[in-house]
Design a protein around this ligand. Structure first.
Ligand SMILES: Cc1cc2nc3c(=O)[nH]c(=O)nc-3n(C[C@H](O)[C@H](O)[C@H](O)COP(=O)(O)OP(=O)(O)OC[C@H]3O[C@@H](n4cnc5c(N)ncnc54)[C@H](O)[C@@H]3O)c2cc1C
Length: 461
């Protein structure tokens, strides 16, 4: 009888498990099923490129069916699990409830934006975690320039031309840098906006930005952003938002006195951290009290639950550098955890020995747009153009599939020579409805009742 292996979530971690198991397991020895709520892997480091129009959005994702030949892909949303009966529950794309039995379950459902109860945040802020969010942001930038261009009074124009990013991690720093670069390119065709200028503000609650990279590189990144006119506000929080403004509180001086400022803005982007996908609470697994992530041991096994493993942003994996802390929520960790768990599942099925997760961060890249980046690889630090080139080469090498790589090269090359596209296609995917019979009848009556129309109309030529 073939074993049932179920992978929950088809992002960096889940995709890597499936890919590795396809190579490791003898044919027909196990039925591997990957359940994901979207049929692609989102390559998140390229999201800022999609938001800034450097990359065609479709080229930042990898269709799972293209890459996984022997894995059974089920499109659906995991809604819960019963570890005692060894089943996961899911809702399929057409709304049916279903159950999948497993011998081994690998949970890799990732994370969602971690928000705070800040008045107005949910109503007015943009996220930067998913492809629709990145595209919404791109459309907002274009819409705001269009609207500002049509406003006579500079004071009324200001909120449309001010963009606030909250949270200076990967997503915040790269997203802001790329979007500012995009806005600067576009200003050539918006004369009024160019005269007034755009304002970009990066807000960070901590005293420094990007704790993931060495402080000398973080300082370089900040100097680079400031040289472009971007305001970087550390030790600052956002207290409330309205449709037209954000109120910031900064701690200053030795006594950490709080200074409040109301910034006129219509675009606030929230990139202040992540939390595990909500479904982890419904899987009946032990969760870390502080982070809410699933607790696993160094072999990525969920403690005390037979046949269940967890990886990536959803899991609390002991960091090999300091076992009291969790490994950072990054793609490179999720991928390495995926490889370890695939090995361990294969070992469990064949009676082999499990491996310990031992990966320590090898390098980080932060793309700052403008052909610049900062990077730290194997103890070497890179800045400016060489770091940017290294970052692009790394992403190209990591992107699964030859055709995806070629599409990336094509987008980057076209962008380099011909600039970016300023068309705002916000209605894509939301077409208007066709007329109903009632609307057609109403239109017909209106046409007949209108003076000068009807039977007395002259014949058309
Ligand atoms: C803008 C941005 C830039 C980043 N840049 C970098 C970078 O440069 N380098 C780096 O290492 N990391 C980066 N990261 C972090 C990286 O994206 C994550 O750490 C990584 O995606 C985690 O992998 P994962 O497999 O745990 O989750 P994910 O890759 O998020 O995959 C989870 C998958 O599970 C699916 N899913 C969720 N819930 C369900 C459900 N209930 N049912 C079915 N499917 C479900 C999701 O749709 C998704 O496909 C960045 C993140 C962002 C947002």
């Amino acid at each position: 009888m073939a074993w049932n292996v179920v992978i929950a979530g088809g992002g960096f971690g889940g995709f890597e498990v499936a890919r590795k198991l396809e190579r490791m397991l003898p044919r027909h020895s196990a039925q591997v099923t990957l359940v994901s709520d979207q049929n692609y892997l989102l390559y998140t480091p390229l999201l800022p490129g999609a938001a800034a129009g450097t990359l065609e959005p479709r080229h930042t994702v990898v269709p799972l069916r293209d890459q996984l030949c022997d894995t059974n892909l089920r499109l659906g949303t995991i809604t819960g699990a019963d570890p005692a009966r060894q089943v996961v529950r899911l809702t399929t794309g057409d709304g049916r409830e279903d159950e999948l039995r497993y011998d081994h379950l690998i949970v890799s459902v990732g994370s969602v934006s971690r928000t705070l109860p800040i008045p107005g945040l949910a109503e007015h802020a943009f996220g930067m975690k998913t492809l629709p969010e990145a595209i919404a942001l791109r459309n907002r930038l274009l819409q705001s320039l269009e609207i500002a261009e049509g406003i006579d009074n500079p004071a009324d124009r200001e909120p449309w031309l001010t963009y606030v990013f909250v949270g200076a991690g990967y997503a915040g720093l790269e997203g802001l840098a790329e979007l500012q670069d995009f806005a600067t390119d576009l200003l050539d065709v918006y004369p009024r906006c160019r005269l007034q200028g755009v304002r970009f503000i990066l807000v960070e609650a901590q005293a420094r930005v990007m704790p993931e990279i060495p402080s000398s590189l973080a300082d370089f990144a900040i100097d680079e952003l400031r040289a472009r006119g971007i305001e970087v506000r550390t030790s600052t929080t956002i207290d409330r938002l309205t449709e037209e403004s954000a109120t910031l509180s900064s701690r200053t001086g030795e006594n950490e006195d709080t200074v409040e400022e109301r910034v006129p803005t219509r675009t606030v982007v929230w990139t202040a951290g992540v939390k595990p996908s909500p479904v982890v609470k419904r899987l009946g697994l032990p969760l870390d009290e502080r982070s809410g992530r699933i607790v696993v041991d160094r072999q990525l096994r969920v403690e005390g639950v037979d046949g269940v493993w967890a990886i990536g942003d959803a899991a609390h994996v002991p960091d090999p550098r300091d076992l009291t802390r969790p490994a950072p929520p990054t793609a490179q960790h999720a991928i390495r955890q995926g490889r370890t768990v695939a090995h361990n599942v294969a070992a469990a099925l064949s009676g082999g020995r499990a491996r310990t997760f031992n990966y320590k961060t090898l390098g980080v890249f932060v793309d700052l747009g403008h052909g610049k980046a900062v990077a730290s690889t194997l103890g070497l630090r890179w800045r400016g153009v060489p770091a940017w080139f290294l970052a692009r080469t790394y992403h190209l090498a990591s992107m699964p599939g030859l055709t995806r790589k070629i599409r990336l090269i094509a987008d980057w090359t076209v962008g380099l020579f011909f600039g970016r596209d300023g068309a705002e296609l916000g209605r894509l995917g939301h077409p208007g409805k066709l007329d109903t019979p009632d609307q057609l009848a109403a239109a017909q009556h209106a046409a007949e009742d209108a003076p000068g129309t009807g039977d007395d109309r002259p014949d058309a030529p």
